[in-house]
Design a protein around this ligand. Structure first.
Ligand SMILES: [Zn+2]
Ligand SMILES: [Zn+2]
Length: 457
């Protein structure tokens, strides 16, 4: 299997270094509801995890929660809650959202606040090695000395000049040099704080991931994942912290970054700030449709949030579902052979997780199943294979729950069949009555050359 690594800027063969694949994926900061961008990243690495298991690997995936941070503190003050309460609320919500999107839990979901001893040990070690220093103004913060790592910038490809450009106006009195970043932040009164050799404070964002990766996966991990927006500074800093501390290179053998979700300014009606929440997206759309919408684009490409596209995927999901449940009398004595489709699917997934091509192979198999049904072929193997391949993409092919008006997909199909029959019999009053009933129930109908297409609105 070939995977692209941001560090080497190319695809190469992937094999785990040890018995199990070790994967670290940066998780959310629990300060807000998860948005579709989080869903995108979670779904991409969920599919990678599932595919590696499909190939027979054991996978150990760690995804953290940043549960102490400036944004959480601000939100806690706004809502009159404690930081812990805010973090707990959004972690719970995250799990619910991911369950509803059929994203499997990671092997471990560690939280920064529960990893303080490991974090302190790492900061202490970095100071001893000359890679970090307590703030020069004795504030009680600790900074990483970027100058101590000649290779700093290798992941993001930034030069020291570019780094200085980004922090030119930043005046932080305790730093030796502007690009240095905080490993430990001295706390102000009333903020969550832990004891440390440098006084009361809390961990910086970057150090928590280095400490958790080391704690749960060891000095070298096979795959480090996250969104493209994390390459700099988060992953660049994680990399230098980990390699400086352990002396073991590389920290991560493959750095995988998913492209980012973009919003079309015109379609932000249900947005939270400028973000569409997972809750919003799941309202009226099935998890299968959302996953298919995300997976019809390659994971490294940017993705435009598009409700219409998700609705289109809803119809596509229904086509797969219908093929998966199609019944044949088997009268021909032949059967539909899924092997060529599986081969195409695997070939696509082996090429840096080419899910658009993998999905195309599943659709072609669905088409073949429908033809086989018409020809009276046995569909058993083909349908089992289709469910298995779709399952690796996290698609359940289950019928979505009935709408609020109680019309299941089958109900809608049955009414549409009656309507077609009424029209054939030129009983237009009956046909219109059925159409009105469906519209009333939130079902949009479009009559075209290829028959009637419907969707939930
Ligand atoms: Zn991280
Ligand atoms: Zn909608």
């Amino acid at each position: 299997m070939k995977l692209y690594s941001t560090l080497t800027r190319g695809k190469r063969d992937f094999e785990p270094a040890g018995d199990a694949v070790t994967m670290y994926v940066c998780g959310i900061t629990a300060s807000n509801s998860s948005h579709v961008g989080h869903a995108l990243s979670s779904i991409v690495f969920d599919v990678l995890h599932r595919y590696l298991e499909f190939r027979g690997y054991e996978v150990r995936r760690v995804q953290n929660f940043t549960d102490v941070d400036d944004k959480i503190i601000t939100r806690a003050n706004d809502e009159g809650l404690s930081s812990e309460e805010v973090a707990e609320k959004y972690i719970e919500e995250f799990f619910k959202d991911m369950d509803d999107l059929n994203v499997q839990r990671a092997t471990v979901h560690p939280r920064a606040t529960q990893e303080i001893p490991g974090i302190l040990k790492m900061i202490q070690g970095l100071i001893e090695k000359g890679n970090a220093y307590p703030a020069t103004d004795e504030s009680g913060s600790v900074y990483f000395r970027v100058d101590s790592d000649d290779a700093y910038g290798k992941l993001s490809g930034r030069t020291v000049e570019e780094l200085l450009e980004g922090v030119r106006n930043e005046i932080e009195p305790g730093k030796e040099a502007p690009p240095d970043f905080a490993l430990w932040k001295a706390s102000r009164p009333g903020e969550p704080a832990w004891d440390s050799p440098w006084g009361q404070g809390r961990p910086g964002w970057h150090i928590e991931c280095s400490a958790m990766a080391l704690e749960y996966l060891g000095e070298t991990i096979d795959i480090h994942g996250g969104g493209l927006d994390l390459v700099f500074p988060h992953h660049e800093n994680e990399l230098t912290q980990s390699e400086s501390y352990t002396g073991n290179k590389p920290f991560a053998r493959f750095w995988m970054h998913n492209g980012l979700l973009r919003l079309d300014g015109a379609k932000m009606s249900k947005s939270l700030g400028n973000l569409v929440t997972v809750r919003d997206a799941l309202e009226g759309n099935s998890a299968d449709a959302i996953r298919m919408y995300i997976l019809t684009s390659h994971y490294r490409s940017p993705l435009l949030y598009d409700e219409d596209n998700i609705h289109t995927q809803e119809r596509a999901a229904r086509r797969l579902r219908q093929a998966a449940t199609a019944e044949s009398d088997g009268s021909s004595g032949e059967s539909v052979n899924p092997a060529p489709f599986r081969e195409r699917y695997v070939e696509a997934m082996e090429d840096d997780l080419n899910t658009p091509q993998a999905l195309a192979a599943i659709f072609d198999l669905a088409h073949e199943i429908n033809r086989g049904r018409d020809a009276g072929h046995d569909l058993t193997d083909a349908q089992a294979e289709m469910r298995s391949l779709a399952g690796v993409l996290g698609l359940t092919l289950a019928e979505p729950e009935a709408s609020e008006d109680g019309l299941s997909d089958a109900d809608v199909e049955a009414r549409l069949a009656s309507r077609t029959e009424a029209r054939t019999n030129r009983d237009f009053a009956a046909a219109d009555a059925i159409r009105d009933e469906l519209i009333e129930a939130g079902i949009a109908i479009e009559d075209g050359a290829g028959g009637t297409i419907w969707s939930r609105v």
